[in-house]
Design a protein around this ligand. Structure first.
Ligand SMILES: C[S@@+](CC[C@H](N)C(=O)[O-])C[C@H]1O[C@@H](n2cnc3c(N)ncnc32)[C@H](O)[C@@H]1O
Length: 304
């Protein structure tokens, strides 16, 4: 893996690092760029302006260039017709991946974001990037949006899904997609932040055998965010607005087989891992502090 390029490092992550007005500040920053005419209709230039804000002004919780490339390479290989992202924030991944899906011949990129203010920022930047034809922004809790898209019949199969929202909901939303058959053989998942801040229950789920999952499914559903092995700070990350953190209770489909592996990369900041991470393999625990990982899981078959 190449070294982290310090010249590209985002500003340090503060104690309060989002939902403090910086998202609207970003819009003012982008729209006052002297080269705005060049930026219009150019996804790469919009991303450049966002990165510029993250480096020179304030930290933004974007996937960033390094981890982003893992997913754009995967999009070029998988060529998804329909891709879904869970957690759009200000639209960095939406622009990067929406553009990649369009270039690969895809038809629809759904960005699911719970916070309406962030959703409005995504909309503005998607319009600026000229991607409104392919990107559809869905405001609301991810499980409710997935259900709505499914029931409306507009989403029948998810070719690729990027998971980057509320960490405890990675597993529960995946199970919902399995139950609805949105995720089925052929679907490919890319999950961010499985090392920093870490997501042991998700890694365990996508790496378990069918037998292990069948056994677990027999037991009472004991999955709650607290005590799941996910850091408490992460579990309470979105509690500020008093939104319900209730997790979907879908049983999933334990018969699906995933071929799952971790690809190491870097956080855009290079900030050291600040929370204890459990459930990692020996190889994972040898990572240097500024590293993170994307777990790529290919659904290869369904066992009967
Ligand atoms: C890490 S940020 C996403 C960053 C973005 N994917 C990127 O790389 O540019 C996580 C986002 O998920 C959103 N979120 C958290 N829980 C959610 C949920 N249950 N449904 C939808 N969005 C959620 C948050 O509001 C936040 O904007």
């Amino acid at each position: 893996m190449p070294e982290f390029d310090e010249s590209k490092a985002y500003a340090q992550q503060e104690d309060v690092f989002f939902d403090d007005g910086r998202e609207v500040e970003l819009l003012h920053f982008v729209y006052s760029r002297p080269n705005l005419d060049e930026i219009r209709g150019n996804p790469a230039k919009v991303l450049e302006a966002i990165d510029d804000f993250g480096r020179k002004k304030k930290y933004l919780m974007n996937v960033g260039e390094d981890k982003g490339k893992i997913v754009t390479d995967l999009i070029a290989e998988v060529k998804p017709k329909a891709m879904v992202e869970l957690g759009g924030y200000i639209g960095y991944s939406t622009i990067l991946f929406g553009d990649a899906v369009k270039k690969a011949g895809g038809k629809q990129y759904y960005s699911l974001e719970r916070n309406p203010e962030f959703g409005a920022v995504i909309g503005s930047l998607i319009d600026l990037a000229g991607l409104s034809d392919i990107v559809k922004i869905e405001i609301g809790s991810s499980d409710a949006s997935l259900m709505r898209l499914y029931q409306a019949g507009v989403l029948k199969h998810i070719d690729m899904m990027f998971l980057d929202h509320y960490k405890p909901a990675y597993t529960t939303d995946l199970k919902l997609c399995e139950e609805l058959k949105l995720v089925a053989p052929g679907s490919v998942l890319a999950a961010d932040n499985v090392i920093k801040p870490g997501n042991p229950p998700y890694l365990e789920y996508v790496r378990s055998s069918v037998d292990e999952k069948r056994q677990k499914a027999q037991q009472a559903d004991g999955y709650t965010a607290q005590g799941s092995g996910i850091a408490e700070r992460t579990v309470n990350q979105y509690a500020k607005r008093g939104e319900s953190m209730e997790l979907n209770k879908s049983p999933g489909n334990p018969n699906l087989v995933y071929d799952s592996k971790l690809i190491n990369s870097f956080e855009p900041t290079g900030v050291p891992v600040s929370v204890p991470v459990t459930g990692l393999t020996v190889q994972d625990s040898m990572l240097t502090p500024r590293q993170d990982g994307i777990e790529i899981s290919r659904c290869v078959k369904e066992e009967r």
